[in-house]
Design a protein around this ligand. Structure first.
Ligand code: PLP
Length: 416
């Protein structure tokens, strides 16, 4: 838990006056809910029957043999309903909103994964759902937009600024400030103004608690835990039960993109444009220019492509409890192939950054210890990004054919 919203120097609640009351109310409601047996029981049942928890802790035998070091284990968070860890937070916050008597949910989304999880949670719990999404992202991420609409959400394209994630956050904040009595804002990662970093970590820490229990039951000695870090929700939830202990090593994998240059990556802890700053309501490490403006970022994985990191992780990075490493796009792609071919497990591109980091350190950890990778999501969603890289000609052919078919040309099924 934060100390009054702060994790050492980072965190806080740097918001306009109009947002103070909804944030304070949220904090009180959250604290009460976490003491309420009925709320916790309802959450528990939804986790079991709807999300599909607990998710397996899988021993990757072939990968372990090939890498020749630590035992490789994978926490299969991608088997959660909707395909990633984001549903843990979306369900928790939507249930909290219901308890607060709010019937309308808003959320921001970048690539669409958080929007999708929130839309699903709202459908399940009977809540009205509006997703703010940059116009550029709406265009790039049509498959996720289609799914959000199937779940009954309204997707609102944001046309201000760079028309991407940070503009969607601003727009969602504006909406919340205008409608605090009817509306809850489901923030998607362990960042933003307090109490969001505490709330999101709490709802994601189910991952780490399960790992701890699974490892204890099976006598697994954990040498290191590795997770990818976008805003930081899957990593902080995975690390949570271990933060105040000396071991295991906790390792966060950031997006190294195509290289170390400005605009070529999203390395907030390890990059050379990394600075302390205050943006979007909280103090943390950001990629900023000398005037304190957000710099462009780049990564093949849309979920790691954000200029800031959650304040608790920034503090844990500074204290040294969490180590950070930067993974290039090409190494993440190699990790996708490695685990698909050797284990029959398709990692999301985000999670493949953690996989690649584990491949790098496997030999540093003794053979009788485990490296546990958090596979935050599965890779089905990435087929539009990985196919153009792995099999460009066939993919282009497929897309051309689809266009022809949809424009009323010949269908493959019509061919005589
Ligand atoms: C959104 C996303 C991430 C990055 O977000 P965090 O808040 O850092 O966890 C990582 N993996 C997957 C599969 C995602 O959808």
């Amino acid at each position: 838990m934060s100390d009054n919203g702060f994790f050492d120097n980072y965190g806080g609640k740097y918001v306009a006056e109009v947002l103070r009351r909804p944030l304070d109310e949220l904090e009180v409601a959250f604290k009460n809910a976490m003491q309420d047996k009925e709320f916790l029981n309802e959450l528990e049942v939804i986790r079991r029957d709807y999300i599909g928890r607990e998710t397996p802790l899988y021993f990757a035998k072939t990968a372990t043999e090939i890498l020749g070091g630590a035992q490789i284990y994978i926490k299969l968070e991608g088997l959660a309903n909707t395909g990633a860890h984001k549903i843990n937070n979306a369900i928790g916050q939507c249930l909290l909103a219901k308890r607060m008597g709010k019937k309308r949910i808003i959320a921001e989304t970048g690539a669409g994964q958080h929007g999708l999880a929130t839309a699903a949670a709202c459908a399940k719990l009977g809540l009205d759902c509006t997703i703010y999404m940059g116009e550029v992202d709406v265009r790039r991420q049509q498959p996720n937009v289609a799914s959000m609409e199937l779940y009954g959400a309204k997707v609102h394209p944001v046309t201000s600024g760079s028309r991407t994630l940070k503009d969607a956050v601003n727009e969602a904040m504006r909406d919340w400030a205008s409608n605090p009595d009817t509306t809850h804002y489901v923030l998607g990662s362990a960042l933003g103004p307090s109490p969001f970093p505490d709330i999101v970590r709490e709802f994601q820490s189910v991952i780490g608690r399960e790992v701890k229990k699974q490892a204890e039951e099976r006598g697994i000695k954990i040498g290191a835990m590795v997770a990818c870090v976008g805003g930081g929700s899957n990593s902080i939830g995975f690390f949570e039960p271990f933060i105040n202990e000396k071991t295991p090593r906790l390792i966060g994998a950031e997006a190294g993109g195509i290289g170390p240059g400005v605009g070529e990556n999203a390395s907030r802890m390890t990059g050379n444009a990394s600075r302390d700053g205050i943006l979007q309501g909280y103090k943390s490490r950001f990629l900023l220019d000398e005037d304190g403006q957000a710099l462009p970022t780049r990564s093949i994985s849309a979920g790691l492509d954000y200029c800031g990191i959650g304040p608790q992780l920034a503090a844990l990075g500074k204290s040294g409890r969490v180590e950070f490493t930067s993974i290039l796009d090409k190494d993440a792609l190699e990790a996708v192939k490695f685990f698909a071919r050797n284990e029959g497990i398709l990692f999301a591109l985000e999670s493949a950054h953690a996989g690649a980091a584990a491949i790098k350190i496997a030999r540093e950890i003794p053979k009788d210890q485990a490296v546990i990778i958090n596979m935050s999501g599965r890779g089905d969603k990435d087929v539009f990004i990985t196919s153009p890289v792995f099999r460009p000609e066939q993919w282009l052919e497929f897309l051309k054919h689809e266009v022809t078919r949809l424009e009323g040309g010949t269908d493959i099924h019509d061919a005589k």
